[in-house]
Write a protein that binds this ligand. Sequence first.
Ligand code: G3P
Length: 218
Amino acid sequence: MKLFVDSGNIKDIETLAAIGIVDGVTTNPSLLAKEPGEFKANLKRICDIVRGPVSGEVVSTDFAGMIREGHDIAAIDEHMIVKVPLTRDGIRACKAMSSDGIRVNVTLVFSAAQALLAAKAGATFVSPFVGRLDDVATNGMDLIREIVGIYDNYEFTTEVLVASCRHPIHVVEAARLGADIATCPPAVIDALFNHPLTNIGLEKFLKDWEKAHAATKA
Ligand code: G3P
């Protein structure tokens, strides 16, 4: 399963990319609005860091505006993916841009019916928000199971990008269900590394080694 960073913060992305486990980045207007600098320049820098798919979202809500912005965003770098919301104009724009060879990520997806429309419109990625479903007492991973099942039934090429991941279990469950990608804030990716037994085991190894070699050092 591919792992994307869900952030517009250059420093965090550089730190995680340096480890070698990042396959791409997703942003949205809220994440980019938090960062200093011009958003297109920031997206270009992010593309240069990860050399993988980077999603940038349109803020227009009408078809013509989405197409105009979509071409602008796609022109930033060969790695850019245009993000559009799951609305009627968003699906229409997805169909038009994907027909023009622009890769589209359909976002703000909360139902299998919406995900079906995104696949039929030729989306490269579909982004169901599991954390926001959990927030309203709906099991977000049930939606992932449904979407993966439907896409398998019809061999849709759209990749399932699990978004709004709030903790490592979302990532593990996404992988168990056969999702293609999980996108997570830096703190969630960091938490994937953690296990107390790893720390305890390493400490013991190093202590035993130190004890055995203390004599030779003396
Ligand atoms: O890109 C979607 C993601 O950023 C939403 O995450 O945590 O705001 O639900 P969250």
